[in-house]
Design a protein around this ligand. Structure first.
Ligand code: GUN
Ligand code: FE
Length: 453
């Protein structure tokens, strides 16, 4: 039986696995055998009906490399959008407009990460809490500070969380206070370049943690900074993350400055790439969606945060139908939960409200956007394989060639909130796990086959 800290590298795992390689397919691999190599990569997945199943189980058992797990193994979650420094204000200040929230709460909090002791305290707690919640990959905005952001990357390496970590670049004097901004474009570019190099050469980092070019959002950056960051991303083959068309205010700000949409402007600066994550993207036009799809960029759909700050629901189905890649993000602390379970649940609920509308006084034909709903399996896909596809990382599914990033759900864990009654169908079983699990039910977490935390 697997201990919470069992290292699965070089072992064969016998258990029941759910994954969602497609938005409408979330199969249960019951009593399957997954063979993992010494690097944590899945070598084979053998189901009970596959030829050679019994012989493989027998052979792994005889050689002492078999680990049996009780419960259900899910791919670890990919959280595409986390503001690491905002964790200390999780659940706070959710009632004011985005632009005021940034100036009054968020920039002053982020400025405190000049203090490395404060950064260590907050970032250590965040990485631990996300891993405990089943988030094996996180895409982090840090702050403008090199040392604190490097420390975040070090903590991810030490605790075995797969992560993309970015130094926030923001230099526009009209938007950013003098107390919290890069002193000019060159400072932002130099800090970005240095951190990329530092993360890639961190001791013990075998690719688990990667750098990401991080213009905060167009309004916070001068043209020179945006252009330079696009150049760095291309030359360094780096991921990119930014906010795109999040709220009426942010969307309008870019239109007024450039006479073009956020997506067009980012594209013009070379910031829409196959490895770009656009947070929110609520106000993308159809032409924007086509552009994003053409570049191969993806959207971090942040349904909880959008309810509080964007005043909008991302038209997820429409974007996916136009070929836009998508995954989910908590947007800590724009969203008040660090849990990807909560985000999965909210993604379904938001899509249902978008589909049917919410004002009963409007006629049924007028009030919603037909065809918008997603079900829990699609949300599970977005939180795992979908997010991995946005990042072009080989995780999020149980298939040969993928890294074994996973969590074990123990429905019977003391203090847990899952109740199984027996006789559930596969679909009902998965839905029950996703809707009712809480942290005590997550009994183990692995990245690349090694125990995380
Ligand atoms: N736009 C620019 N910065 C931020 C941020 O920190 N959070 C959110 N939700 N939107 C932003
Ligand atoms: Fe955000």
């Amino acid at each position: 039986r697997a201990q919470p800290t069992a290292d699965l590298r070089g072992r064969s795992v016998l258990g029941s696995f759910f994954h969602a390689p497609d938005p409408d397919a979330a199969p249960l691999l019951a009593s399957a055998l997954i063979e993992i190599d010494l690097d944590g990569r899945i070598v084979s997945v053998t189901g009970t009906a596959d030829p050679g199943y019994a012989a493989r189980v027998e052979s792994a058992s005889r050689s002492g490399s078999l680990t049996r797990v009780d419960g259900f193994v899910l791919p670890g979650f990919v959280d595409l959008h986390v503001h690491a420094p905002q964790y200390p204000q999780l659940g706070q200040a959710l009632d004011i407009p985005l632009q005021d929230w940034l100036q009054r709460y968020t920039f002053p909090l982020e400025a405190r990460y000049a203090d490395l002791a404060f950064a260590r305290h907050a970032y250590g707690a965040l990485v631990d809490d996300l891993l405990a919640g089943g988030t094996t990959t996180a895409v982090y905005f840090g702050t403008i500070h090199g040392p604190a952001t490097r420390l975040l990357a070090e903590l991810c390496v030490a605790r075995r969380q797969r992560a993309l970590v970015g130094k926030v670049a923001m230099d526009h004097p009209d938007l950013c206070p003098i107390s919290y901004r890069d002193s000019d474009a060159d400072a932002g570019l130099h800090g970005t370049r240095s951190l990329i190099e530092e993360i890639r050469t961190l001791p013990g980092n075998d690719g688990l943690v990667q750098p990401v070019v991080t213009p905060r959002f167009v309004p916070a950056c001068t043209d020179r900074l945006l252009q330079g960051l696009g150049d760095i991303a291309r030359a360094g083959h780096c991921h990119v993350q930014t906010h795109c068309s999040e709220s009426d205010w942010a969307h309008r700000h870019v239109l007024d400055r450039f006479g073009r949409s956020d997506a067009e402007v980012l594209d013009g600066f070379g910031l829409l790439t196959r490895r770009t994550v656009l947070a929110h993207a609520n106000f993308l036009s159809e032409a924007d969606m086509d552009r994003v799809a053409l570049r191969g960029s993806g959207v971090a759909h942040c349904p909880l945060s959008n309810a509080y700050f964007a005043g909008a629901v991302f038209p997820l189905r429409a974007a996916m139908q136009r070929g836009v890649r998508a995954g989910l993000g908590t947007d800590i602390s724009g969203g008040p939960s660090a849990s990807m379970f909560d985000t999965v649940r909210m993604a379904v609920a938001a899509s249902r409200m978008l589909e049917t509308g919410v004002d009963p006084k409007v006629s049924p034909e007028m009030r919603g956007r037909p065809g918008s709903r997603i079900d829990i399996r699609a949300a599970f896909h977005l939180a795992t394989a979908g997010g991995a596809d946005v990042l072009a990382l080989p995780v999020g599914r149980f298939e040969p060639g993928c890294l074994f990033d996973a969590m074990l759900i123990d429905p019977a864990a003391p203090g847990g909130t899952i109740r199984l009654w027996g006789g559930e169908s596969e679909d009902d079983l998965l839905a029950t796990l996703l809707y009712t699990a809480s942290r005590p039910n997550i009994s183990s977490v692995w990245t690349a086959g090694g125990a995380a935390r």
